[in-house]
Write a protein that binds this ligand. Sequence first.
Ligand code: HEM
Length: 346
Amino acid sequence: MAFPQPVLGPPAKAALFLTLTVAPGRETDVREGLRDLSGLTRSVAFRARDEALACVAGLASDAWDRLVGGPRPRELHPFTPLQGPRHLAPATPGDLLLHLRARRPDLCFELARVVLDRFGDAVTVVDETHGFTYFDDRDLLGFVDGSENPVGPAAPAAVLVADEDPDFRGGSYVVAQKYLHDMTAWNALPTEEQERVIGRSKADNVELPDGVQPSDSHVALTTVEDADGEELRIVRQNMPFGRLGTAEFGTYFIGYARTPAVTERMLRNMFLGDPPGNTDRILDFSTAVTGGLFFAPSADLLDDLPAPGPAEEPLAEPAPPEALLPADAVRPAISLGIGSLKGAPA
Ligand code: HEM
């Protein structure tokens, strides 16, 4: 098995999630930056060896084709947006996802700084979310988040690609979504009702028993099985984030899986409903504002990402002969570019 990126690290106290887009024509620079990522991580991690600094990088489907040559991960495709009867899971821009974790936020910050310095203006940060641990691993809704993650040998079996796609052994599919909570509406619910929304008790974090568990609870709709009744698992490393001044209270959802089909099935249950229309009540209090699907190749492959062959290399957009154009003809194109970045989610 190829050595995986640290997708299964110990629970972190701090995380930093960066979503980046790659400037057209700068694919080679970014591919080389990605090859340097493990070395840069070692440089920062070595200065604080007990703090479990780790970084996972994932590439979105289009970015994979632009940056990487050779075979492509079998199940990598663009994130599928979902419009249910009441809730939307949008797909938002993002070529690369960097998931940095550590016991201390300064280490995530320092590594992100060094990595972004390495990429320079070949990338644009379209989302930057600083996550923190809230009490005993609670989300900002007040519930312990992450208890039902697989542990022991079940964890790598759930998240790492194996013989089904031999070129990509040790890789993992990552779904990332940023959610904002309506805390006023949530806090208006009595605790017993909140427990029926999540499907677990709030104080002691115990799953509600069958018969009491509502069919539209978060736990009910994200518990999925295969045809033989075996539970299908993912590993979630969600983190709360927020800004008090702008009343922003959120959960950064990040789920690693051996196949994106499992996470996508959970998302369909949540947003479209199971049966259709029976949607996840957590969504009545949480709005998805970003969405992306990425493939985190094994550490071995990331260190040595192959370049596309000459036939595959994307042709750089021919530079417009700006000097020959009147100034007004150039400016709109430039301001459109900036405008589209402004339109990207914060
Ligand atoms: C369980 C919170 C989004 C998949 C849970 C639990 C909480 C929670 C508190 C119960 C404790 C636990 O087992 O971790 C949230 C919040 C979300 C969110 C606040 C965003 C607003 C998602 C999404 C997915 C997902 C988008 C999948 C696509 C799961 C799964 C479980 C779970 C698989 C375990 C179910 C079980 O086996 O009991 N989540 N979650 N969650 N969540 Fe989420």
